[in-house]
Write a protein that binds this ligand. Structure first.
Ligand code: HMG
Ligand code: MG
Length: 288
């Protein structure tokens, strides 16, 4: 496998597509995932085993997870909110799981219908299942900078949830700017607070790009030692329960940024750009 100075986690098939109103064919999702694996992405969040009533676009999670093109060195993960999701994801072949909570009580409730503490309690059986299956679990902390309902979030709140997820046994925490309105200075303060609770090697940056600041925020986190960053091909996406949030940081921009500063990503930018154009066209055709 290519030598990588940074790990790029592709969340497009999940975070990028989950907010699309028109159902996207499972075959298109699988074709996208195949193109991403082909381009050299080694970690791909393929789908979400969440309630189809809450996120209809992810209702084909089982078929997607079972259909991903197996390829040496590529790990496909699934987002899960609870034990039911974890059981189904593992049965479908997920080799990594991701749980998600928030640093904001209001967002946690809107997104998963429970408090932060209740969400953590729901993750306990998920961790037990994952441990038995020998798969790692990432923990997302949404609203690490801003909440659509509560406004600015204190870095200490992010640090507290980070500590809870690490204590639970998560191997990686994705500090997530759900709204994409963060600035480098606020990113720095938030990451510094999280670093008091866990090492840089266990922290990842997940930035949406509503204000066009995501690359600057990645840079702020990189300066503090983070080496894992999320992107969604084509800059697609947003969270259905975060009104006002635009797309994710485009993986193409993330890759171009790191390659430009001499950090190897192991990803073929031209193949990735082709995948981005392809899904953009498919989404426009699907929406018609
Ligand atoms: P609830 O309604 O409180 O739960 O939802 P429930 O236990 O009463 O279940 C309701 C129904 O869902 C039942 O079905 C369950 O069986 C079913 P019914 O009897 O009505 O037919 N159900 C499930 N189905 C499939 N898979 C499951 C599952 N669990 C229950 N795992 C729940 C609670 C957590 C399930 C719901 O709120 C939910 O699914 N929320 C997901 C919301 C979501 O996916 N948001 C987007 C992803 S997070 C995100 O984008 C942020 C992130 O990118 C980081 C960032 O940028 O901030 C990660
Ligand atoms: Mg997200």
């Amino acid at each position: 496998m290519a030598d990588r100075g940074v790990i790029i986690v592709e969340v497009g098939p999940r975070d990028g597509l989950q907010n699309e109103k028109t159902p996207i064919a499972t075959t298109d999702k699988l074709a996208l995932i195949g193109r991403l694996a082909e381009a050299g992405l080694a970690r791909i969040e393929a789908t979400a085993f969440v309630s189809p009533r809450w996120v209809p676009q992810m209702a084909d999670h089982d078929a997607v997870m079972r259909g991903v093109p197996q390829r040496a060195g590529v790990v496909y993960s699934a987002l899960v909110p609870n034990e039911k999701g974890a059981e189904a994801a593992l049965a479908a072949g997920a080799l990594a799981l991701a749980v998600f909570t928030a640093a904001s009580e209001s967002f946690c409730r809107k997104n998963t219908n429970c408090s932060i503490a209740e969400s953590i309690a729901r993750f306990r059986p998920v961790m037990a299942l994952a441990q038995r299956a020998g798969v790692p679990v990432r923990g997302y902390v949404s609203c690490a900078l801003d909440c659509p309902y509560e406004g600015e979030i204190a870095p200490e709140a992010v640090a507290a949830v980070t500590a809870d997820l690490l204590a639970l046994g998560c191997n990686e925490i994705a500090l997530s700017d759900t709204l994409g309105r963060g600035t480098p200075a606020r990113t720095q303060a938030m990451v510094e607070a999280a670093l008091l609770r866990g090492p840089a090697a266990m922290l990842a940056g997940h930035f949406h790009d509503t204000s066009g600041q995501a690359i600057a925020n990645v840079e702020a986190a990189w300066q503090l030692g983070l080496r894992i960053f999320d992107g969604a091909v084509g800059g697609t996406g947003g969270c259905p329960y975060a009104p006002g949030a635009a797309g994710n940081l485009a993986t193409e921009r993330l890759v171009a940024h790191f390659e430009a500063i001499g950090v190897s990503t192991g990803i073929d930018l031209s193949a990735l750009e082709q995948a981005g154009r392809w899904i953009g066209t498919r989404l426009r055709q699907t929406a018609q």
